[in-house]
Design a protein around this ligand. Sequence first.
Ligand code: PLP
Length: 401
Amino acid sequence: MHHFDPSKEIQDHLVFGEYGGVNPSITDSSTYTFLSPEKMKELFVHEIEGCFLYSRHWNPTNKNLADVLARLEDSEAAIVTSSGMSAISSTILQICNTGDEVISSRTIYGGTYALFKNFLPKLGINVKFVDILNLEAVRTSITDKTKIIYCESVSNPLLEVADIPNLSKIANTNNLKLMVDNTFSPISITPLHLGAHIVIHSLTKFINGTSDCVAGCVCSTQEFIADLMDINSGAAMLLGPVLDSYRAASILKNLHTLHIRIKKHSENALFLAKELKKLGCKVFYPGLPNHNGYHLMNELMNEGFGYGGMLAVDAGDIETADRFMVKMQDEKVGYLAVSLGYFKTLFSSPGQSTSSEIPEEEQRTMGLSEGLVRISIGLDNDMAETFKRIKKCLNEVGLCK
Ligand code: PLP
């Protein structure tokens, strides 16, 4: 357990708006004026603190959000992007050239899996998928072409916990970058403290928390972020995954309540996981002592934010999973929808949706049952009451008595 409190870091970042506004002003400009042509030329050669050129490069509102995200992850710097996927693709393309290799956990978000499996090979970048819990498999997959070890701190959808400190040792010994997607565990895990080199997020999820936009970020060293934004060679600058400044401003406001939301998501998820387990359901939740990541999670997490708001329950087969989800929607437990981190409960069956990009055979080897239901627990005030409704649904589909 670590004693780092990211919410304190975020809270201490005061930016005044124009006329002393308590929210920073939104910069609604794609381009910026210069008082002299010389200054403009200089900016094409190197960054100048507080000087903006063009909003695909930097926008002051996006910079505010990026600075606060750097505090969240305790990184030297950060950039914001138009989606979690663009944060991932820009980072990989910044580091890897044709012929390079990535070693990736096989239990990752289906979109990332598809990018790695179907798209990167078109550019001559090959990805080897491994069981990330098997450190020996990671070690033996490394070749002189490997550049990155990639994992999710808490994985989608099985909630495996990656051993970031040991993966970091392997990465450092072999001069590789350890890149961690921390979307499932913002504030509760700080991967850079554990030895990761680059952290990415889909801000679309818990960090924004209102399911009203798609966005992402990359947190790392000043040097790497400057590389990503380099006018002549930066993947984020040249591929152009820009976040709109209005969205950046609204995400920033939501970020300030992240600590309260994560505590409540975690409290509700732990309550539900325990109750489901008592009923004899097959539950995956890193806060349950029988989960294979429980001890590691306790070691890695920051104190005070819980085990996160995601859990999965195995309904056995697709038909039962489907009926269970429809019943939960009818009972107003939440929405049958992909995505996560919303204030209301969201559920979907990963095998048929967010993980459907992963071939069925591979789903089975990684333990992803066809009847798995992934639940992103909402901020319900009375979880005991919600549980009664969930129990009724389980009962009606024959999953409990
Ligand atoms: N990483 C994880 C763990 C995700 O669950 C997702 C989306 O579901 C992404 C990355 C991609 O993020 P976005 O949808 O913001 O591009």
